[in-house]
Design a protein. Sequence first.
Lengths: 175, 104
Amino acid sequence: METSDDLYLTAQAAAGDDAAFNVLFHRHAPSLAKWCAAKLKDPALIEDIIQETFFALWRQAPTLREGSIKAWLFTVARNKLIDALRKQQPLVTDDQLQQVGCSEEPWQHPFLEQELAKLPSSQRDVFLLTFICGLSYREISQIMDIPVGTVKSRMYHCRRVLQQAWKRGDHYAGL
Amino acid sequence: MPACETVQELLPWYPHGLAADEAKLVKAHIVHCGVCSEDLCEIRALRRELSREAPVSLQRTYQSLERQIRRETILDAVKAGVRDQVYSLIYSQLRQWLPVKIFD
């Protein structure tokens, strides 16, 4: 339902309807910001990424007639996030880049931070996009360009790691 | 009733990240399965744990985005050589910036 409504609002925004664009921004910007905040410490940089992502939506709105606008926004934001991390560390490889994102995660709860930091970024992203951003596994599949089966298996692995750490004697802070 | 394995694969996305038939299948299962029901509690707790807001000002971001869009709209009109539209856009900008009703 939200997907078709998003497409309608995007078409309206493309026709110059500021109110429709405003609704799209306030519907999706909070979860985009949460996701970026799990990767970056700098609020100004996060705001820049959000602004650039929605500016791209404004520019591309006339061409977006099908699919999930939410997934499109996260795909654009993901690319901008990777660019931002590259600019911070211009000489690192892709693999090292994942570690940069990992080491900067400003989690409030040590248990989650420690356990998630041990996971490869590809698995951690599935976890973050699910639990922080509330995306469906189909949307995550589209954003990360991986099969839905891979999304499910990465999530399964993440959850097993967290559960095993819990059983070892660690605990979920505040749960 | 579907197997626990099938349901557990879907649980992290229950209920809003699933298709209606998948959500229905999960719901029917957890009513009768203590293990999956407990798993769902754990997932909900995780979601609560991670539900904090990002430390950014979305209001400021939106205002900045609006300025960027207005600027680009004017530049697009200039590039396209649509002089009337350029004047109209600048005029509407001035109306917003100047509180005094000098244009009425």
